[in-house]
Write a protein that binds this ligand. Structure first.
Ligand code: G6P
Length: 630
């Protein structure tokens, strides 16, 4: 679950600059370590005496930059990687790129090679030397063997190299994307199955990346690869399309349109032309904010206003799909899963419609229910979360319809789904999701209202929520939460409760606090407290209570009283102060949009708790924004 970047093209005075900048854009895929290699065959000033220039460092890309220092690395071909560790600890040795025994094959990888242990054992038995604990390294040695078995001479033609990489790729089990470089062939050969890869072209170079947003800084001409496809990128040659879906590798040139743009069925329109983002998507910066998380929290009023004005046609089409379906299933992971859970309440209340919910990683164990008339609605900020994509694949196995709510145009999920609703939240950079969560709540709310035949009131309530949020921000919400964070920062445990539409809010609030501050925070349905959880309440334990102005209010306040009687400190979030609250955070009543405004104080609390505890809220330990492995 990593970020991949490659370059083949015009010689640059310093390829290190390209990789350090590009890898920073990919850091949201993992920041356990980063590395890159320059593969030019003819040595240059920066080249170490016994190998190609290869730099790897643990931690974020900034640390790699320090290691690279002032090294000038001129070059025309290279690959780089940001890692989220799966196999093997967070060490320099396990950082990508990985090399074969000869040091001329260089590999970066995203995914999990499920049969790597047996492949590794066979390679060890045949005398290969491994220098890491990763599954990735087997690819380098497999390609080394495949090349050696097919060639007597050391000068490999790029097409032989591509064929060797293809044979190696075919031996891997699991969902993987690999980019393999060869100093001898002066080429990069890449293949994907499950994990995304795209090639970008800008007249100077062919670039490859796991992520469209990383490419968008360099080009708007993108060749998307389907599962089982690949590409061969060679110096001074047009890119070659590879098809790895059979034992024999098929190689063909991408066709060229008269206007000079590379094109074929494979070429995507620049994906951002379909989104609310301007063209190309802004490379998000923090502006005046110290962190992306704080900036993105504050952007939510604007995002809601955009969703309140969502084009009518796509919402109506999506609503009709839900009405037509024989069984609708909502699925998502992490924060997105709480938005999907929320949708089940909204559809029940507003549309009187039964919809099912399962988290993405569990969905495919329930696939036996699916029939062609079923509809799976998958929600995802990135559109790359593997567990969500696997759920979609399960639906496709049963010929069911798939709708996706996605924030990243052109992502894998948008390409798999039969119908896509853009979340219009704009680029979300902080690893913990905030504005994409409220955007999903907004779109689900509008859908539920539309199924009920009441799209206009749905838009009105969203507009109201947008205004309410702007008012909260201008009336010192941030300051109150900063003070509260100072008071709570030393606690080890914290609980959140909510009922009805604010049960998912309680879950999301606890997740935010856990992710950013590492405080043990747990969210519960208020009614579940007495069934065990209450045993955890001690004197002074902070408990956040979401008490909206709805039919669950009396019940959740009773739960708050039960906790307070056992010594808990109650932080109430809602439209009205109550005696049971030791601390009160006001949010106005905005009807069924109440979960949207109620979650914002919890996001701010999570942010300030991280700051109080000396942590970087944008990059929590062990997490990645886009989890592209199962
Ligand atoms: C990861 C992130 C979470 C995110 C989840 C789903 O676990 O750390 O913040 O909610 O993935 O991501 P998605 O892109 O599918 O919404």
């Amino acid at each position: 679950m990593c970020g991949i970047l490659g370059y083949v093209g015009e010689r640059q005075d310093n390829l290190a600059t390209f990789f350090l900048e590009g890898l920073e854009r990919l850091e949201y895929r993992g920041y356990d370590s980063a590395g890159f290699a320059v593969l030019d065959r003819n040595g240059h000033a920066g080249q170490p005496p016994n190998g190609l220039p290869l730099f790897k460092e643990v931690g974020p890309v900034g640390q790699l930059a320090t290691k690279v220092g002032r090294s000038q690395l001129p070059g025309s071909i290279g690959i780089g990687h940001t890692r989220w560790a799966t196999h093997g600890g967070v060490t320099v040795a396990n950082a990508h790129p990985h090399l074969d025994c000869t040091g001329s094959i260089v590999v970066v990888h995203n995914g999990i090679i499920e049969n790597y242990q047996s492949l590794k054992q066979q390679l060890l038995d045949r005398g290969h030397r491994f220098t890491s604990d990763t599954d990735t390294e087997v690819v380098a040695h497999l390609v080394e063997e495949e090349l050696a078995s097919a060639n007597d001479t050391p000068d490999y033609a790029p097409s032989d190299f591509a064929a060797a990489v293809h044979r190696a790729f075919r031996q891997l089990h699991g969902l993987n994307a690999i980019v393999v470089g060869s100093t001898e062939a002066a080429s990069l050969a890449l293949f994907r199955l499950g994990s995304p890869l795209a090639v970008g072209l800008n007249g100077v170079a062919a670039l490859v990346s796991s992520d469209l947003p990383a490419l968008s800084a360099y080009t708007d001409r993108v060749l998307l690869l389907d599962d089982g496809e690949g590409a061969l990128l060679t110096l001074d040659q047009p890119p070659v399309r590879l098809d790895a879906r059979s034992d024999t590798l098929k190689q063909q040139h991408f066709s060229t349109r008269r206007n000079g743009h590379l094109g074929s069925a494979r070429q995507s329109d620049p994906p951002w032309t379909h989104s609310a983002c301007t063209t190309p998507p802004p490379v998000a910066d923090k502006g005046a904010y110290p962190h992306f998380m704080l900036k993105e929290i504050h952007e939510q009023a604007e995002v809601l206003a955009r969703i309140a004005a969502y084009p009518a046609a796509p919402i109506s089409t999506a609503a009709a799909m839900i009405e037509r379906a024989f069984g609708t299933y909502f699925t998502a992971c992490g924060t997105a899963s709480y938005a999907a859970l929320e949708a089940t309440y909204l559809f029940s209340h507003l549309a009187r419609k039964h919809v099912n919910f399962a988290v993405g990683s569990e969905f495919y164990f329930l696939e036996d229910f699916l029939v062609p008339e079923s509809l799976l609605v998958a929600a995802s900020q990135s559109g790359e979360t593997m567990d969500t994509i696997e759920a979609v694949r399960a639906a496709k196995r049963h010929d069911s319809q798939v709708m996706a709510l996605v924030n990243v145009p052109g992502s894998s999920l948008t390409r798999l789904a039969d119908y896509v609703l853009d979340l219009y939240a704009g680029p979300e950079k902080a690893v913990v999701s905030t504005k994409a969560y409220t955007a999903k709540l907004g779109v689900f709310l509008l859908l539920a209202y539309t199924v009920a035949g009441e799209q206009a009131p749905g838009r009105a309530v969203l507009q109201q929520a947008s205004v309410a949020l702007s008012d909260l921000f201008s009336n010192g919400l941030d300051k109150q939460l900063r003070r509260l964070a100072g008071e709570l920062a030393a606690h080890e445990h914290l609980f959140t409760i909510g009922r009805d539409v604010n049960y998912p809010t309680a879950l999301e609030a606890a997740l935010k606090i856990k992710e950013t501050s590492y405080i043990h925070a747990e969210g519960f349905a208020g009614g579940e407290l007495k069934h065990g959880v209450i045993a955890l309440i001690e004197d002074g334990t902070p408990c956040i209570v979401f008490a909206a102005q709805d039919r669950s209010r009396a019940a959740v306040l009773s739960n708050a009283i039960e906790m307070r009687s056992r010594g808990a400190t109650i932080i109430g979030i809602g439209p009205e102060r109550e005696d049971v609250f030791d601390e009160y955070v006001h949010v106005p009543d905005v009807g069924y949009a109440s979960p949207i405004v109620s979650v914002v104080p919890a996001q701010l609390l999570a942010y300030h708790l991280a700051i109080e505890r000396g942590l970087n809220p944008d990059k929590p330990r062990n997490l990645a924004k886009s989890v592209t492995v199962k």
